[in-house]
Design a protein around this ligand. Structure first.
Ligand SMILES: Cc1cc2nc3c(=O)[nH]c(=O)nc-3n(C[C@H](O)[C@H](O)[C@H](O)COP(=O)(O)OP(=O)(O)OC[C@H]3O[C@@H](n4cnc5c(N)ncnc54)[C@H](O)[C@@H]3O)c2cc1C
Length: 520
């Protein structure tokens, strides 16, 4: 994938696009896959890298949402459970079954959560991943040996799914190309074009070069997450703010804090939230928080109280108390929540999605969650095709295998996450001396992956590689800083960059990654 060549092609293309989609997170990428797979001429534009926003900063769960069941939102749970099943089927190399243990410290918790989770099983029906079950104290400790044993009565086990969010985003981007669409990173939409009061295209600024352009489309989709209001205000400066951003923070710990395969789910923390401690790529992710924010940001930072909250709660449920120096990485993401007028309590705002069509024809899709991206995309393309005056075509994504689809990943080792691309990666590793060896002893990532990311996954910077093509930044921020130099060197050779570029990349990356560390 040669970005410059692609840009040239887009610039020279005089035929109008059917769909222009702004935003390269779960929502925009999903919408572009939906449109391209129906045969519409589709262009997606992302201002930074794919999944730079919220879509690389989730809890990594493909879930029905036990919490929404608590809130009585059965329709949302049903929809999400169905989508969980479809995603499991369409991206089996990235979506895995995950067992969760709800530890019971009060006498009433076993029967209470046991019954709730039986309802969850029932709602999943045939798409269920395994039946929930009440566990004795001993069984609970067998699953999670490091669970705090004092006053533990037992637990409930249930099943959901887990995935790698940024890897799925990259595979969605590749699926767009597989269906003759185009997706470009580092292309920022700076204005909307209009004809007779209707949105007719976008003005774009190339963030990595000088391919600035104006592009015409039959319909423009605003899928910019927390930045939704900015695009709507390009259309109508008087448009009322819709978004109520809320931040969620995770801390990442070494696996020794919670060995084994199971996750912990705490249905109700002191302030009424759900807390997860989930094994992921040989680490434990603990999260999350729900802190209202005034302004959106592509690099949100955890607040001290949020870290304190997570460490205190982790200490309450684990035998070993994590200290700030045990935190391998801390990352924050912003929920694109749509506010019902005057609602300040972000924890209670619906996680359902919102689809809006402005009088100018601008289509906005926001809210929702990763798990339901496909359904959001299907609804959006159905509506947008009408707005654009395009012939209506049936959705095919329910059974569409995503790029990398591979059911049995045993042969793909150690590159299972790449699914069907793993064989090509192995070939690169075998043909080049040392390219199959980890770059850093704390992380599994090899030079072959860096080179693959540059050649096939549109990675343009050290951050693209270490944060979203591999997950080094989230798994061990300090080790990732130590990887920056060799990664910059490999990238420079692939992208034809000089020494000065390499140095600047290392400096920029180091500065960014320091923000993921708690201690100096
Ligand atoms: C802490 C946290 C945990 C979560 N955990 C889960 C979970 O476990 N499971 C789950 O299903 N969901 C989860 N979610 C929800 C899920 O992550 C989000 O709903 C989803 O990622 C939102 O995707 P998006 O594409 O709408 O937004 P984003 O990922 O933010 O994408 C929007 C994109 O638009 C781009 N953009 C903005 N302005 C412009 C412009 N002018 N030009 C071009 N591009 C632009 C941005 O750069 C950005 O990349 C979680 C969310 C948070 C915050």
């Amino acid at each position: 994938m040669d970005r410059n060549k692609l840009l040239q092609e887009v610039q020279n293309d005089t035929e109008i696009w059917d769909f222009i989609i702004i935003g390269g997170g779960a929502t925009g990428l999903g919408t572009a896959v939906e449109a391209a797979s129906r045969g519409y001429k589709t262009l997606l534009l992302e201002q930074h890298d794919f999944a730079k926003g919220t879509s690389s900063r989730s809890t990594k769960l493909v879930h029905g949402g036990v919490r929404y069941l608590q809130q009585g939102n059965v329709a949302l749970v049903l929809e999400a459970l169905r989508e969980r099943g479809l995603l499991r089927q369409n991206a089996p190399h990235l979506v895995k079954n995950q067992s969760f243990i709800v530890p019971n410290y009060e006498w009433w918790e076993g029967p209470f959560y046991g019954i709730g989770l039986k309802i969850y099983d029932k709602l999943a029906g045939k798409l269920g991943l395994g039946p929930s079950k009440n566990l004795s104290r001993e069984e609970t400790l067998d699953y999670i040996p490091t669970l705090e044993p004092d006053d533990l009565n037992g637990g409930v086990i249930y099943y959901d799914a887990q995935f790698d969010d940024a890897r799925l985003a990259i595979n969605l981007m590749q699926t767009i190309f597989d269906h003759d669409g185009v997706a470009l990173n580092y292309m920022k939409v700076t204005d909307l074009l209009k004809a007779n009061g209707l949105v007719s295209g976008v003005k774009i600024e190339d963030q990595k070069g000088d391919h600035n352009m104006e592009i015409q489309g039959r319909v423009v989709i605003n899928a910019t997450g927390m930045f939704t209001d900015e695009i709507r205000q390009m259309d109508n400066p008087q448009a009322k703010r819709l978004m109520k951003p809320s931040q969620g923070v995770h801390v990442v710990l070494d696996k020794s804090f919670q060995p084994g395969e199971s996750a912990i789910m705490v249905p109700r923390t002191d302030d009424g939230r759900v807390l997860f401690a989930v094994p992921w790529h040989d680490r434990i992710i603990v999260g999350t928080t729900d802190t209202p924010l005034e302004e959106p940001s592509l690099e949100p930072r955890a607040q001290e109280e949020e870290i304190e909250f997570l460490l205190t709660h982790a200490a309450r449920y684990l035998t070993k108390d994590p200290e700030p120096e045990d935190v391998l990485s801390v990352f924050a993401g912003i929920r694109p929540l749509v506010s019902p007028e005057g609602d300040d309590d972000t924890a209670s705002i619906s996680r359902d999605h919102t689809l809006l069509i402005d009088p100018s024809g601008l289509v906005t899709i926001t809210g929702g969650k990763w798990t339901t991206y496909r359904k959001m995309a299907e609804d959006t393309v159905n509506e947008a095709a009408v707005v654009a005056g395009l012939d209506e075509r049936e959705s095919v994504t329910q059974n569409l295998r995503l790029h990398g689809w591979l059911k049995n990943t045993d042969a793909a080792e150690p590159y299972e996450l790449y699914g069907s691309d793993a064989l090509s990666l192995k070939k690169i590793a075998e043909e080049n001396d040392g390219w199959g060896e980890p770059i850093h002893s704390n992380l599994p990532y090899t030079p072959a992956e860096v080179v693959w990311a540059a050649r096939n996954e549109m990675a343009l910077t050290v951050e693209d590689v270490l944060s979203r093509r591999t997950r080094a930044l989230l798994l061990d921020a300090r080790a990732s800083i130590e990887m920056a130099e060799p990664v910059a060197n490999l990238l420079a050779k692939e992208l034809g960059r000089n020494e000065e570029w390499q140095q600047q990349q290392v400096e920029e990356y180091t500065e960014l990654a320091k923000g993921y560390l708690l201690t100096g």
